[in-house]
Design a protein around this ligand. Structure first.
Ligand code: ATP
Length: 282
């Protein structure tokens, strides 16, 4: 039996550069991970079947599950006759902008690499992973990176300074294609990717807080005003910086002390059901 944890990702930056001929947007994002984890276990099966065991109303347990897709791709690519039962314990909220499904898929690539004795490098797994989802390549490593292309081209960066992260998801789910569909590239905010990168290089918490930015934030907030309301509540509760992650609707805030994190947590508990205190993993 193999165990893997699948941490949630947050965007420190997200910039949408232009729409490509293949329909995807060319993006530039700095992403990192937090210790809000799904947990997966992998047990070998002799019959070649891939079975997903998950108890969650909004997570499919069939071929639509990203962990299933990862396992199938590994089986086909490496001609594996063994099967696997994957037990998935979800803690990362769904359709949240925290890449929960992508992180589960990445954990599956790592777990089966070991369970099935494939012994591929993380680099090869990361390349393979991009066939089923743009964020999975990042999640294979789970380390702070500048992600370009569709998100699959990685340049690893220094981990962020230590901080507490309060994560809050309004009681709505947001579909990523919906947000990209509503994006107007002529009306987007400037995202300070290079400044954020410099802040990481210098390990400067203060500057890092000033350089967080997400060009999808305005789009999601227009469609779902509760996201803006939540961000304002977070800012008023004393965080050093707050930002929507991915295409939303989750908003996170940084503080340096656990006591402050608890204060922010308490202020947000009345606003939504999904509120978490985590630490940056990097
Ligand atoms: P991203 O930040 O990459 O856009 P997200 O946090 O918005 O991801 P997810 O929670 O990863 O979204 O999943 C979105 C959809 O994918 C859901 O509709 C869900 O049914 C489906 N899905 C497939 N596999 C999984 C999985 N292992 N965990 C969660 N959702 C999954």
């Amino acid at each position: 039996m193999i165990y893997e944890t699948a941490p949630a990702k947050i965007n420190l930056t997200l910039d949408t550069l232009y729409k490509r001929d293949d329909g995807y947007h060319e993006v530039e994002m700095i992403m990192t991970t937090v210790d809000l984890n799904d947990r997966l276990t992998f047990e070998s099966r002799d019959d070649g079947k891939i079975i997903i065991d998950v108890e969650h109303n909004f997570v499919p347990s069939d071929h639509r599950n990203l962990a299933y897709k990862a396992a199938k791709l590994m089986q086909d690519k490496y001609n594996i006759k063994e099967g696997v039962k994957i037990s998935l314990e979800k803690s990362i909220p769904i359709s949240a902008g925290l890449a929960g499904g992508s992180s589960d898929a990445a954990a599956t690539f790592r777990g089966l690499n070991e369970l099935w004795g494939i012994n591929e490098s993380l680099e090869s797994l990361s390349e393979l992973a991009s066939e089923i989802g743009s964020d999975i390549s990042f999640c294979i490593y789970g380390k702070t990176a500048l992600c370009q292309g569709r998100g699959e081209k990685l340049t690893h960066l220094p981990k962020p300074p230590s901080a507490w992260v309060v994560i809050a998801k309004p009681d709505i789910g947001v579909s990523t294609p919906e947000i990209y569909g509503a994006l107007n590239l002529d009306d987007k905010i400037e995202v300070r990717t290079q400044d954020c990168r410099d802040a990481l290089e210098k390990n400067d918490y203060g500057v890092l807080c000033q350089t967080l930015g997400n060009s999808l934030e305005k789009v999601t907030m227009k469609l779902y005003p509760e996201v803006e309301k939540l961000k304002n509540t977070m800012k008023n509760s004393g965080v050093d910086a707050a930002l929507m992650s991915g295409s939303g609707p989750t908003v996170y805030g940084f503080v340096q002390k656990e006591r402050q994190a608890k204060q922010v947590y308490n202020a947000l508990m009345g606003c939504c059901n999904d509120v978490y205190i985590a630490r940056l993993l990097g």
